[in-house]
Design a binder for this molecule. Structure first.
Ligand code: ADP
Length: 430
């Protein structure tokens, strides 16, 4: 605006100077064409009532005609007219800011050897008035501009900050455990993305909270059942009238139930450690055959008892790169399930081979199988297919969750293929 202001004033002043020069030149031309006292009078008369004055001088500087009767101009501006030998039109006084007139000079020469110059005076009052008007307009438009700017700023900050404030409130609600977040849909910009993320966060938190509650309820239930057995059987075992054989029988059940609880606790602790990431796998190279054979020997008696045939297929003695203790835990868990969910006289195959530099280990049984719509859930903590199954087969629904965490901690994957009534294959690739 400052630049515009300066430019407009300069242009306006320039225009005034040109007008003055044009006017003076006009008078001079008329004078040169019809030089006479009458013409001089006419020229003076023409400028009588405007804000311009005209003064005609001869070659000695004597005034031969002037529209200024008070001779004030003569006194004030005599000083500027120091050179009487000018030969072209020019602005003599241009200081419009400080002096009351701007002055232009126009030399004339007539054939009768008569010469001199026309002086034109333009009052600077009107120029100053115009500049003042213009200043005022600029100040007013400046103020209006600032107000509009402020309004736009206020509006924009409202448009931008209101959603942000709502999001802040939503996250505060989340942190207090209230997951009912209701944010407006804000389109596809950054604010919209943020709003979507908060919605997702709220949903995830709600799901986690629900899962945690379910998990706690399942654990309580899991612990409750063996504890009921323990309390019940210990009360029975303490009875005096019991024979030694009966007492042994009850104590055996107590021992078995305690073992189940201990296993459950161990698995839960493992899971907790995995969730906290305080658990590490330390990988090393070891040979597949001796490793699998030792597991095979370890589990064989349990399979024999149930009269299930266990086959180990490991054709080449390749090297496995894994945490041997954790991998053993994984295989034992899978074999344990194969044993649990297979019927007598069936067959379980433990197969291991190398493919594309990776180790593939699979456990295949011909047991009861898993319904296809439940396969995706079996790796969840405490998930069991048909809750009644576990009472019949034992198990707490935590083994496969541990297996999955362990395999993933190795950077590997686990796949399941299962058909109800025909059997299942669990395949890990690490
Ligand atoms: P559990 O200790 O109950 O066996 P898991 O986490 O190991 O818990 O397994 C989860 C569920 O998956 C089991 O309750 C069982 O129904 C099913 N399952 C796992 N392995 C097999 C298998 N080899 N054959 C049939 N069902 C299986």
């Amino acid at each position: 605006m400052y630049y515009l202001h300066q430019n407009m004033i300069d242009n306006k002043i320039e225009e005034e100077f040109s007008l003055l020069l044009a006017n003076g030149a006009n008078h001079r031309d008329v004078l040169m064409e019809h030089y006479s006292d009458t013409t001089i009078k006419h020229i003076v008369l023409m400028e009588k009532n405007g804000n311009r004055e005209v003064m005609i001088l001869d070659k000695t500087g004597t005034i031969i005609g002037s529209s200024d009767k008070s001779y004030m101009l003569q006194e004030e501006y005599q000083l500027f007219v120091d050179d009487f030998n000018r030969d072209k039109d020019e602005i003599l006084v241009s200081d419009w800011r400080n002096l009351p007139y701007i002055v232009s000079v126009h030399p004339y020469k007539v054939e009768s050897n008569q010469s001199g110059f026309v002086l034109m005076f333009q009052s600077t009052n009107s120029i100053n008035q115009m500049v003042e008007d213009m200043n005022m307009h600029f100040v007013i438009s400046g103020i209006i501009g600032l107000i509009v700017l402020f309004l736009v700023y206020a509006l924009l900050s409202k448009v931008l900050t209101r959603p942000l404030i709502r999001m802040k409130e939503a996250t505060e609600k989340l942190s207090k455990g209230d997951f009912e977040v209701n944010l407006p849909r804000l389109g596809n910009d950054e604010l919209g993305d943020l709003s979507k993320s908060i919605h997702k966060l709220a949903k995830d938190l709600e799901r986690l909270k629900k899962e945690r509650n379910e998990f706690l309820a399942s654990i309580a239930h899991e612990l409750n059942t063996p504890l009921t057995y323990l309390i019940g059987y210990s009360k029975v075992a303490i009875r005096e009238e019991l024979s030694e054989g009966e007492r042994k029988y009850y104590l055996k059940i107590i021992g078995e139930e305690s073992d189940r609880m201990k296993d459950l606790m161990k698995n839960l602790l493992d899971l907790a450690r995995m969730d906290e990431n305080s658990f590490t796998v330390s990988k090393e190279h070891f040979f597949a055959k001796p490793f699998l054979e030792s597991i095979y020997k370890f589990v064989l008696p349990s399979f024999d008892i149930k009269e299930i045939k266990l086959n180990l297929v490991c054709e080449s003695n390749f090297q496995i790169y894994a945490d041997s203790i954790r991998l053993e835990q994984v295989i034992l868990n899978l074999l344990d399930n194969a044993l649990k969910y297979s019927s007598e006289n069936s067959e379980v195959v433990l197969n291991a081979y190398e493919k594309d530099g990776k180790t593939v280990i699979s456990v295949t049984d011909t047991g009861i199988g898993i319904p296809s719509d439940e396969i995706e859930y079996i790796f969840e903590k405490l998930y069991r297919v048909e809750k009644s199954r576990s009472r019949a087969y034992g198990g707490s629904g935590i083994g496969l969750a541990v297996v999955k965490e362990l395999v993933e901690a190795h950077g590997g994957t686990i796949e399941v293929k299962s058909k109800i009534g025909q059997g299942s294959t669990f395949k890990i690739i690490i």
